[in-house]
Design a protein around this ligand. Structure first.
Ligand SMILES: [Zn+2]
Length: 160
């Protein structure tokens, strides 16, 4: 039986829209409006990484939620979200099962299947999947280099 991963479009869009709003304007009012407006967002905290200062925060973290980081203003500002989970896996026995999907937010319609994070790991012989660095803080990401490992047989032969 195939196990598929799904994502709630509505939850994801709420987060994306919030990031877009905060790219235009960051103040306590904007942050609290976003937390109040979107049901799936429990908490937002905006930090100026250069000054190591919290610019705004609102809401309260939910222990069952997930935390997501976004970096705006060329990586100088971190936006941390605590939100309801919106990605989940379901065993699908037949086509009709997809009609019964439900996100943690209660959404049942705007749900899409996403490519499973396990899908590309079957063939380990050639290209190893690289870890996703997009969620690392920019300071860390800048120092993290993942280079291609070249197998012995593929290395250029030394001239003698
Ligand atoms: Zn949802």
């Amino acid at each position: 039986m195939p196990l598929y991963e799904y994502e709630c479009i509505k939850c994801r869009k709420n987060i994306e829209d919030s990031v877009k709003k905060l790219q235009k304007k960051i103040d306590p009012e904007t942050v609290s409006n976003l937390v109040e407006k979107y049901d799936n967002i429990h908490y937002i905290e905006v930090t100026d990484l250069g000054k190591n200062k919290t610019l705004a925060k609102h809401g309260s973290r939910d222990r069952d939620g997930i935390e997501l980081d976004f970096y705006i203003n060329e990586g100088n500002t971190r936006v941390l979200f605590n939100t309801k989970r919106y990605r989940f896996a379901e065993l699908i026995y037949d086509k009709d099962d997809e009609k019964n999907l439900k996100c943690y937010c209660g959404e049942t319609k705007q749900i899409e299947r996403v490519v499973s994070s396990f899908a590309y790991t079957h063939d380990l012989s050639t290209n190893m999947p690289k870890p996703d660095l997009s969620n690392l803080p920019p300071e860390v990401r800048a120092r993290t280099v993942i280079s291609d490992y070249i197998e012995e047989k593929d290395r250029p032969k030394k001239n003698r």
